[in-house]
Design a protein around this ligand. Sequence first.
Ligand SMILES: Nc1ncnc2c1ncn2[C@@H]1O[C@H](COP(=O)(O)OP(=O)(O)OP(=O)(O)O)[C@@H](O)[C@H]1O
Length: 607
Amino acid sequence: MRTSWADSADNSATRSSNSHGQSNRAAYVPPHLRNRQSEPPVQSNSVAAMPANDRSNYGGPTASYGGSSFNKPDLGRQGYGSGFQTGGGGAWNSNRGGGGRDRGRREVNPFENDEASDQSFGEAENTGINFDAYDDIPVETSGENVPPPVNTFAEIDLGDTLNQNIKRCKYVKPTPVQRYAIPISLAGRDLMACAQTGSGKTAAFCFPIISGIMRETYVQRPRVARTAYPLALILSPTRELSCQIHDEAKKFSYQTGVKVVVAYGGAPINQQLRELERGVDILVATPGRLVDLLERARVSLQMIRYLALDEADRMLDMGFEPQIRKIVEQMDMPPPGMRQTLLFSATFPKEIQRLASDFLSSYVFLAVGRVGSSTDLIAQRVEYVLESDKRSHLMDLLHAQRETGIDGKQGLTLVFVETKKGADALEHCLCVNGFPATSIHGDRTQQERELALRSFKSGNTPILVATDVAARGLDIPRVAHVVNFDLPNDIDDYVHRIGRTGRAGKMGLATAFFNESNLSLAKPLADLMQEANQEVPAWLTRYAAKASYGGGNRNRRAGGSRFGGRDFRREGSFNKGADYYGGGTGGHGVPGSYGGGYSQGVTSAWD
Ligand SMILES: Nc1ncnc2c1ncn2[C@@H]1O[C@H](COP(=O)(O)OP(=O)(O)OP(=O)(O)O)[C@@H](O)[C@H]1O
């Protein structure tokens, strides 16, 4: 039974931890025990009294926690565009043989584990999903001849096998981004899509790719020994996100014959090479590992028909842009117009939209909700906390949460910090104070990262301290609380971080610790909260006013960008690069600070 972490915090408050070299001063004292006569310290080496943690060096007993298992040509879419009626017609080709090479291997059922993991939390998957929460959301499309949206999966001709998998995923109806994006993509159009965190973007780009590949009759691929020729490439910025997309895509493509392979850094390349040799239709990858594979000539992009960038704005910011340009423009990938390109994110700053347009051909721009807005499902709180008080404040929050849960339920808590060292230090502090925490950041090995994530997801270690490596895309259903222990420099990063809760129609809570070092975020944060109908504290409004008068606000979104006209092509500055880098963009306020917002110099960890 998973109850004891709460009690272990109390125990630790009355326990001397000096056997592990920790001073008594470090011990957390919960509010209700403060100012009491201290009782004689009780030495405890009991495993049950210690928090779960995947580190081996946080005091002997913790080592056993967290699981010991770790030691636009014709794209073959004849018939598209003519209608999205129910059909499951004869055009489907579900015996494709997996990228042409994979014979005789039994396909593992990717749904097998779902039920078990649901049971472990005592609730059925998708309970509480309320996509009606997204129903009255404003949607904007721009571009020529935009295909109309659908209301149900039945209206889209995705084929029987894929439809069956959609049912297995317990998706009853499409989310708003799916309602629009799927018909647009099935019609063969390039797409730049912006929709809120947790609103189902992964399926929105996977379904059309899988069904497109299934529709193709046999594709003759070059026969070059040991070189793989995928038909679709899905790029994402982190290893964990690539793994997650791979897992989802495997579910969606189960028994379709479409073969999905993942390649990411930090994991042994040989195993990935073997998988690639067995054949691949859809390759999900992080950019670094893909460049490696391309340079070794183990992958060729010559047959790519579909290119999807998840977290596309992140993929095109200064950290990744050169690698992405190399992959997309300097290798052997067909140019825009000869392939279909799908870009997805919850945030799309205009200067990134401009860069992205290099990769697209006559594309449709789709915005579901305000670009970069947070969902109303997330209750946002911001508290003024001095740097020196942050740890005790966090422990007070965790302690209170343990007593009452969040909305009466115990959930997982994700705590964001700015640096890898900061993550280690906070994890350690929480552990020695009886709060079961683990961490994920770029200085941990990939094995440690995966173990930490698994331990967190399973609830064994219900607190995860993370750098921005966990900010985007990760879909962990039971994250009830996101704490911005250190606020990011950029409001878009804040949007992605808090988006780890309040997903798929469920409610979530996000708490931010704000102090003088976050002044540049005051205005965009106050604006964002106001727009999401959150209560903005008066002190934050004062800081916001001060920041907008005093200058120094380098946030890319300063000035606000309300819903409407957010496709950058509509703003009269199309092809005027200077507008985007030179500042002074008028009403939509991209103050020429490209790069300033993406935390340059901050040691956070991307692949
Ligand atoms: N039509 C649907 N019905 C029910 N659940 C859905 C549907 N589409 C997606 N989901 C679920 O919603 C959750 C969020 O989906 P997903 O991870 O694709 O969100 P996202 O928009 O990519 O988020 P982020 O911006 O954080 O990357 C997932 O658990 C997914 O299985």
